[in-house]
Design a protein around this ligand. Sequence first.
Ligand SMILES: [Zn+2]
Ligand SMILES: [Zn+2]
Length: 164
Amino acid sequence: MAEIKFKCSECDFSFIDKNLIFYINSNLEDLESILNSSSADLELIETILNKESSDEMTKSLISGFLYENYCPHCKKLIRTYVPEANELFNQDEIKKILTKEISKNSFDENTFKILFFDFKKTLYRDRRNILENNNCPNCNNEMSLVISEKTPCPECGASLKEEF
Ligand SMILES: [Zn+2]
Ligand SMILES: [Zn+2]
């Protein structure tokens, strides 16, 4: 899975789009106690998608895809979690567990978003459409949740170029 490097055409800003995924593991057995657990019993892992992590995703309680981009308005790094459909938990439960886990790792609670759409049944084009036409959880302005050449540089507003 390729990483894509974006570099600003004007300033020093650069960003690597890493194809990230996440999954949650737990040492608890029954679902009720997972839902109500203190987060010490759960572990949120964020890593690059490869064969190994893809297997871990399959074995985990909750897993999905992770996107990053800078909001062009408030300049914060916004992380978007898209959980995969899950037979163990419904969306509210996934949201509750995930929010607790993300908050544990993150300094600012307004810099992440949890989006639900059926990843496997959603065409790439439609997925990009949802992600690109979205809004910032921090300042509420329109932003793309994924970085691309269409996104302005978060430092100076100039255009970004893909580097190979
Ligand atoms: Zn720049
Ligand atoms: Zn913002």
